[in-house]
Design a protein around this ligand. Structure first.
Ligand code: 4NP
Length: 153
């Protein structure tokens, strides 16, 4: 069993989408039993809320249902998950700072490091932008999550 936690700032746009896109790829590969997949945010502000309605709509058009309820990342996530995958460099730094030791720090990765072919190092925050930003998030996540699964199987 591999436990994967996707992490962004609010846990209402990028990381719930990463969770849904990666889950779909895992299901398509028939590997659902081999993975535990979750998401969290470094900010507590949206805790308890479903994903952003705009993000949900863009994702649904591609067949992804965002079911996650926002929660803040916890210290014990660094113990319990095998990989914590940050959407951008701020999320990455925050997770590294939360880590209690080198073993936990080594579990923290950047989402776009799995997709060097995109030439992009972060999944851009779509929250204050328009429709194109949400589509961009999904494009980047489809590439990166596909490569992540290849790297893990
Ligand atoms: P996310 O997007 O980190 O992809 O969930 C954001 C959601 C909310 C805020 C920022 C980014 N916010 O400032 O409330």
């Amino acid at each position: 069993m591999k436990r994967i936690l996707f992490v962004c700032l609010g846990n209402i746009c990028r990381s719930p989408s990463a969770e849904a896109v990666f889950r779909a790829k895992v299901e398509d590969a028939g590997l659902s039993d081999a993975f535990e997949i979750d998401s969290a945010g470094t900010l507590a502000y949206h805790q308890g809320k479903p994903a952003d309605a705009r993000m949900m709509e863009h994702a649904a058009r591609r067949g992804y249902m965002l079911t996650s309820i926002a929660r803040k990342v916890l210290l014990r996530d660094l113990e319990q998950f095998d990989l914590l995958i940050a959407m951008d460099d701020d999320n990455y730094r925050e997770l590294r700072d939360l880590a209690a030791n080198d073993a936990e720090r080594a579990k923290v990765r950047r989402m776009m490091d799995y997709a060097p072919e995109t030439g992009v190092s972060e999944v851009p925050d779509p929250y204050y932008g328009g429709a194109a930003g949400f589509e961009r998030v999904l494009d980047l996540l489809e590439t990166a999550c596909g490569n992540l699964l290849k790297a893990l199987r």
